[in-house]
Design a protein around this ligand. Structure first.
Ligand SMILES: Cc1cc2nc3c(=O)[nH]c(=O)nc-3n(C[C@H](O)[C@H](O)[C@H](O)COP(=O)(O)OP(=O)(O)OC[C@H]3O[C@@H](n4cnc5c(N)ncnc54)[C@H](O)[C@@H]3O)c2cc1C
Length: 487
C-alpha cells in the first residue's frame, strides 16, 4: 500500500511539474484556490491516494484525475463547470464507478465530478406516477424508498446496489427486466442538465408525452457524460406487481435454449424477465452460494419470470411457457413456490458476474467483450460462435445474460498478471464483437461505449457516428466534457 501511495505521490508531483499552466485562471488563481472557493474542504481532494481510488471503474482503463470534487447541490456544479469552461479544463462525471466501459474513468488533467453526495429523492408524485431525484442516488436505495408506496423504478440492473441513477442515465442502463420494461431511456421524463458552457436547464416539460421539437432527453440518455452533467432527473415509476413466479428450464446445450427463446417470441410469450446461465455460470453461483436451487446437471438454464396481480393468471401463463419450452428441448422444469425462492434466484443471478472469478482458481473476470446484443433470431448462431471461440481460446468463458433482449454477457476470465492471457483476451473480445456485428448486433446492450468499445463504433454505426460527432461539437465545442469517450 505504501509503495502504491508513493508511486502516485511521485506521479502527481511529476504531473504538477509538467502541467504548470493548466488550472490557473485568467486572474492567476490556481485550480486549488478556485476549487477551495467553490467547495468546502471536505468536498474535494487533491490527495494522490484519494485520486488513485477514483482512477478507474470496473473496466481495464485507469488514469488519475487532477482533482475530485463532490458537489452537494447543483449551484456548485454550475460554478465548477463555468470555471472549467473558462479554463478549458476537462470534466468527467462519475456515479459509483460500476460502469464497465471506462465511461467514468478520468481523462488526463480533469476535474472528476463525483455525484454520490447528491443522492436525495426530491419528490414522489403518485398521481403523475413520477419521481424526481438527484443523480447520485443508488438504484436500490431509490426502490427501497419507493417500496412503501408500492411503486418502483422498474429498470433493474444487476448492479442495483451500486449503480446511481446518473450513471444509469449516462449509460442507458437496463438489466433483468428490460424484456418487459425497456431500458433507462424509456423511463426518463425530463432532465435538468448543466451544459458545457455552464448553462443549466430542464429539457422538456413534466408530462407523460410532448411533441414539441427534438427529443433532447433521449439524446442525453446514453451520452455518457459527454454532452452535459445531469443534476436532477424526473423519472416514471410503475406499480410493483404483487405476485411473481420464476420458471427454471434445463437444456442440453445453449443452442437448444436459443431455439426455445425464438419459439417463445414467435408464440408472443414475453415474460417480465428472461435470463440465461450456462453450466459454468451455474457452477459459479453454486461456488458462491451452495444453497441456490439451480439444476445440478444442465448445460444451460433458462429463467423466466412472470409477474402480475393474480397468481392464477401467472400460473396460467407459465403453463403456456412450459408447453413451448418442452416442445423445444427443455427438461427438468421447475416453478418457484415462494417469494423467498424468487429473491434467492434473482440474488444469485445478480452475483454471477462477480462469482465468475471463482470458476477456475487463479483466473479472474475482466470486463472485455462482455456486453454484446444480437437479434433474437440470431441467438443460436451467436451461441455456436461462442462455443467455437471457447474451444479455440484457452481462456474460460462463462456465458450468461438478458437473453430476452438478445443481450449476452460472455465473461472472460484470465490470470491478470499474465501478459499472454491479457493479449489473448484482447483478441477474443475482438472476435466476439465482430461476430455480434456480423449477425446484425451491437457491441453493447447496456454497458456503454466509453473507451472500451470506441473502436467498434464506426463499424456498428457507420455514418451515424459522424452525426454524433457533429452533435458533440455543437454542444461542447471546446470538448471539455468527458473528452475521448464514445466518438
Ligand atoms: C457486477 C456488475 C453488474 C452489472 N450489471 C448491469 C446490468 O445488469 N445492467 C446494466 O445496464 N449495467 C450493469 N452493470 C454496469 C454498471 O453498473 C451500469 O452501467 C451503471 O449504470 C453505472 O452506474 P454508476 O453509478 O456506477 O456510473 P459510473 O460508472 O460512475 O458512470 C457511468 C457513466 O455515466 C456518466 N455519468 C455518471 N453520472 C452522471 C451525471 N450526473 N451526469 C452525466 N453523466 C453521468 C459517467 O461519466 C459515465 O460515462 C454492471 C456492473 C457490474 C460491476
Amino acid at each position: 500500500m505504501t509503495v502504491i501511495r508513493l508511486k502516485f505521490i511521485i506521479s502527481y508531483v511529476l504531473f504538477k511539474l509538467f502541467h504548470p499552466v493548466q488550472g490557473c485562471d485568467k486572474m492567476g488563481s490556481s485550480l486549488e484556490e478556485v476549487i477551495g472557493k467553490i467547495f468546502p474542504k471536505e468536498q474535494y481532494s487533491f490527495d494522490p491516494a484519494i485520486l488513485y481510488a477514483y482512477s478507474s471503474d470496473v473496466s481495464q482503463f485507469e488514469q488519475l484525475p487532477r482533482v475530485v470534487v463532490r458537489p452537494t447541490d447543483k449551484e456548485q456544479v454550475v460554478k465548477v463547470v463555468k470555471y472549467a469552461a473558462g479554463e478549458k479544463i476537462p470534466l468527467v462525471a462519475r456515479g459509483n464507478g460500476s460502469g464497465a466501459a471506462g465511461g467514468a474513468v478520468p481523462v488526463k488533467g480533469c476535474i472528476l465530478v463525483d455525484f454520490t453526495l447528491m443522492n436525495q429523492v426530491l419528490e414522489v408524485n403518485l398521481t403523475n406516477h413520477m419521481v424526481r431525484v438527484q443523480p447520485g442516488i443508488v438504484h436500490a436505495d431509490l426502490n427501497n424508498y419507493l417500496k412503501k408506496d408500492k411503486v418502483l423504478f422498474p429498470v433493474v440492473p444487476g448492479s442495483s446496489e451500486m449503480a446511481t441513477i446518473g450513471g444509469m442515465i449516462g449509460n442507458n442502463a437496463s438489466g433483468l427486466k428490460a424484456v418487459k420494461y425497456g431500458t433507462t431511456k424509456d423511463w426518463v421524463v425530463d432532465l435538468q442538465v448543466v451544459f458545457p458552457d455552464g448553462e443549466m436547464t430542464w429539457l422538456t416539460r413534466p408530462v407523460r408525452k410532448s411533441a414539441t421539437g427534438l427529443d433532447l432527453v433521449r439524446l442525453m440518455v446514453g451520452s455518457e457524460g459527454t454532452l452535459g452533467l445531469v443534476v436532477e432527473a424526473l423519472l416514471r415509476i410503475a406499480p410493483i406487481p404483487p405476485h411473481r413466479r420464476i420458471m427454471q428450464a434445463s437444456f442440453k446445450n445453449l443452442e437448444d435454449l436459443g431455439k426455445c427463446v425464438s419459439a417463445l417470441f414467435q408464440h408472443g410469450l414475453i415474460p417480465s424477465a428472461m435470463e440465461v446461465l450456462d453450466r459454468s455460470a451455474i457452477d459459479a453461483i453454486h461456488l458462491y452460494k451452495e444453497a441456490v436451487n439451480l439444476s445440478p446437471d444442465a448445460a444451460a438454464v433458462l429463467l423466466l419470470e412472470e409477474e402480475g396481480d393474480e397468481l392464477g393468471y401467472i400460473q396460467f401463463r407459465l403453463q403456456k411457457f412450459q408447453q413451448v419450452c418442452q416442445e423445444n428441448g427443455a427438461y427438468n422444469l421447475h416453478i418457484s413456490q415462494s417469494e423467498k425462492e424468487n429473491t434467492q434466484l434473482w440474488e444469485a443471478r445478480s452475483l454471477v458476474g462477480a462469482s465468475s472469478s471463482l470458476v477456475k482458481p487463479g483466473y479472474n473476470r475482466i470486463y472485455v467483450g462482455e456486453d454484446i446484443t444480437v437479434p433474437i433470431d440470431r441467438l443460436v448462431e451467436m451461441f455456436k460462435k461462442l462455443r467455437d471461440l471457447a474451444k479455440s481460446y484457452t481462456l474460460p468463458i462463462i456465458v450468461f445474460g438478458h437473453i430476452g433482449d438478445g443481450n449476452i454477457h460472455p465473461a472472460i476470465t484470465v490470470r491478470k498478471r499474465e501478459p499472454a492471457d491479457l493479449a489473448l483476451a484482447e483478441k477474443l473480445q475482438d472476435e466476439i464483437h465482430h461476430a455480434a456485428l456480423a449477425l446484425g448486433g451491437s457491441v453493447s446492450g447496456e454497458h456503454g461505449v466509453g473507451l472500451a468499445r470506441k473502436r467498434y463504433l464506426p463499424e456498428e454505426r457507420g455514418y451515424a457516428i459522424e452525426i454524433m460527432r457533429k452533435i458533440k461539437q455543437a454542444i461542447d465545442p471546446n470538448n471539455i466534457l468527458n473528452p475521448s469517450k464514445i466518438y
